[in-house]
Design a protein around this ligand. Structure first.
Ligand code: SF4
Ligand SMILES: [Zn+2]
Length: 369
């Protein structure tokens, strides 16, 4: 996983920071972690190898940004514009920003942020209930193309159902704490988060157990090297739409649909939140009623990214909903069925946007609209 740390050092701001791994690691070298300094990798996305190729290439996966600091820390305010311009220039890369300072994001955005750069996923950390209830309402109001949340270190059971139900959060990751003084992570909390995700058609990932792990009433001390593999062995990750997309990809008709030029531009300019509202509206009016006189003909073949997504995902009419997703035609769609359709449509559009691999600034213009 490529990592880009343009600056190093951070200030502790909430309960999750108590045993911060940056502080723990720096203390081994006598380094003061509270000093925020630019690193030699500040311009990494623009750095090239001897053969002229960029050091960071799209095929290597998302670029995790600012992993030894916080992207929105105040001390970096003077440097962030340069970072945004690099993110803009490298629109072929997908950048992931994890932050506890979501309340500083709005004042830290570049002028052309619009409804969110398409190549940036923002992950909001919520280590406990207080953090979730303070940060998530702010998070959901910000213009962001792709949102995820992370409970790490998970300090208690956290109910985020009401935020997941908005369809605006695509993934939840849970993890325990590592290090000598690691606080407890209870598997029941992790399972509860997973349930919330499944109920709301949201991806779920159990990243690591942490060092101090409770499962089935028993306490386990888990070594650093085993914390990730033990989480993997639990085998509880959930991918809300992968199976559906696998099935759809076998249909020649469904796979013919893709987002091109003006549809892509439209999605980039208006942002995923607007697209989601439109999808909700179309589903509500044309798909949800118990009786639809023109069923099978209610979704145009072009004119809006959502229409294309509906055909591609077999959410275009009640006949397709029934055949592909087992949702019977003879009733008004339930709230859950509507949410499922809207999330599936949005996920298809997001994947289409992500799969655009046009290099350089020219493509960026298209994506940002
Ligand atoms: S915000 Fe993150 S990097 Fe900063 S002190 Fe807290 S845990 Fe450490
Ligand atoms: Zn149909």
């Amino acid at each position: 996983m490529p990592v880009w740390n343009p600056w190093h050092g951070c200030k502790k701001i909430s309960a999750g920071c108590q045993n911060c791994y940056v502080y723990r690691r720096d203390s081994q070298f006598g380094k003061d972690s509270s000093k925020v300094e630019k690193t030699k990798d500040f311009s990494l996305p623009l750095s090239k190898r001897r053969d002229g190729e960029y050091k960071l290439l799209p095929g290597e996966g998302p670029v995790y940004t600012c992993m030894t600091s916080d992207f929105f820390i105040k001390e970096a305010d003077g440097w962030r514009d340069e970072i945004w311009s690099m993110i803009r220039l490298r629109s072929d890369l997908h950048f992931v920003i994890i932050t506890k300072r979501i309340d500083r994001m709005s004042e830290s955005l570049p002028d052309d942020w619009g409804n969110g750069y398409c190549n940036v996923t923002v992950i909001c950390t919520c280590e406990d209930k207080a953090a979730a209830d303070y940060r998530l309402p702010i998070f959901l109001k910000l213009p962001i193309f792709r949102r995820e949340i992370i409970h790490e270190p998970m300090l208690e059971g956290i109910d985020v159902s009401e935020y997941l139900a908005t369809g605006m959060i695509s993934k939840v990751t849970c993890g325990g704490e590592s290090g000598e003084n690691a606080r407890l992570c209870n598997f029941d909390w992790v399972l509860s988060s997973r349930e919330q995700c499944i109920k709301n058609h949201v991806d779920f990932h159990f990243k690591q157990t942490g060092a101090n792990f409770k499962k089935g009433g028993r306490l386990f001390n888990i070594s650093r090297v085993q914390q990730m593999s033990q989480a993997k062995r639990a085998n509880i990750d959930y991918r809300a739409f992968d199976d559906i997309f696998r099935r759809l990809s076998r249909s020649e008709f469904r796979s013919r649909f893709c987002l091109r030029g003006s549809d892509r531009e439209y999605a980039a300019k208006n942002g995923m939140d607007a697209i989601r509202r439109h999808a909700r509206d179309f589903v509500e009016r044309r798909l949800a009623p118990a009786v639809i006189p023109n069923d099978g003909k209610q979704t145009p073949m072009r004119g809006h990214p959502v229409f294309l997504a509906q055909h591609a995902t077999a959410t275009c009419c009640r006949g397709c909903l029934s055949k592909w997703h087992g949702i019977s035609p003879a009733h008004e769609l339930t709230e859950d069925e509507k949410r499922f359709a809207v999330s599936l449509i949005c996920e298809w559009i997001y994947r289409q946007m992500l799969s655009a691999k046009l290099p350089g600034a020219e493509h960026n213009m298209v994506l940002r609209g």
